[in-house]
Design a protein around this ligand. Structure first.
Ligand code: SIN
Length: 314
């Protein structure tokens, strides 16, 4: 828990939480990343009594999240974690790529302070926005005794950064943890159900500044009629670009793949392309082998981050 002199740093990156529509009843036709972080904080009166600092790092619709912004965010959060004046960090983010940003930060950051990502499903301009309560709850989590590591806080739920999944396209309870939430925020009190988890300290400074050095990691979905024909095409694209390549197979069920797709992936793997088998299912790990590594409990987007880091390490 931050001491009386430590502050919570709130970093704005955009998203629906900062979204603006032309009418208050419009929950879908808005512009994400329109309202600045200063105005978002000012819109939550109870935050006035907290020791806060805030800054705008980006103003994106998170569908457009990119490697350069990921790197700037990871470096800035690491700097804050190394700063004794900062007790915890809150990041406002779009919901669409929240689960992979959370997982990236979980993998690369080091230190024992809480990093709480929050977001909203309704724009700031809506009649009943969810963002203000989510932001207040996120600050509450960042100030909770014993809190540490990368978590996601929305709709009163606190999710582990390596387990969270976006499971709904529209509702305010859009996120879930298939194995259960880490904690609940209940009227300003945090009820913890699972241990906090320190980040894995891969090192934000190892993320390349030159984004052309980031590998290409493509996702291939198994589905009826899937014949694996894209696999060699993606390989030749990566070769032409001079980029390292990794493939995530979004398998059916327990990571199962059509015989043709599986054969194409095994052939790519034999040519030196790392492949991870994940699942299209909304919940549950991939178990077992079958010649391709499995993603365990990671979602498809999280498995893609894992492969990016693995290739950056190679
Ligand atoms: C975004 O991801 O930036 C837009 C959608 C959202 O935040 O819900």
């Amino acid at each position: 828990m931050p001491s009386a002199t430590q502050r919570v740093l709130i970093i704005g990156t955009g998203g629906t939480i900062a979204g603006q529509a032309s009418t208050a009843a419009d929950h879908v036709g808005y512009r994400a990343g329109a309202v600045g972080i200063e105005a978002l904080v000012a819109g939550v009166p109870p935050l006035a009594s907290h020791q806060l600092a805030f800054e705008q790092l980006a103003q994106l619709d998170s569908k457009d999240m990119d490697f350069a912004t990921w790197r700037r965010l990871a470096l800035r959060v690491q700097q804050a974690m190394d700063d004794s004046a900062v007790g915890g960090v809150v990041i406002t983010h779009g919901t669409d790529t929240l689960e992979e940003t959370a997982y990236l930060l979980h993998r690369v950051l080091r230190g024992g302070k809480p990093v709480v990502l929050t977001a909203a499903m309704r724009p700031a301009s809506s009649l009943s926005p969810d963002g203000p309560q989510n932001l207040l709850d996120a600050v509450t989590v960042a100030q909770t005794a014993g809190a540490c590591g990368v978590v996601v806080c929305l709709d009163g739920r606190v999710h582990r950064g390596d387990r969270v999944r976006k499971v709904h396209s529209y509702r305010v309870d859009a996120f879930d943890s298939p194995d259960g939430v880490l904690a609940w925020v209940e009227s300003g009190a945090v009820r913890v159900l699972q241990p906090w988890l320190a980040p894995l300290a891969w090192g934000a400074e190892r993320l390349p500044a030159d984004t052309s050095l980031w590998p290409r990691v493509s996702v291939l979905w198994n589905a009826a009629g899937e014949d694996g024909a894209l696999v060699p095409l993606i390989e030749s694209l990566a070769q032409r670009e001079g980029r390292r390549l990794g493939l995530v197979a979004a398998g059916t069920g327990n990571g199962t793949l059509s015989s043709d797709l599986e054969r194409a992936l095994l052939q790519a793997q034999a040519r030196g392309v790392p492949v991870i088998r994940a699942t299209r299912c909304a919940a549950g790990p991939v178990l077992g082998g079958g010649g391709l590594r499995n993603a365990g409990a990671l979602s498809v987007p999280q498995a893609r981050v894992a492969l990016l880091l693995e290739l950056l390490e190679a």
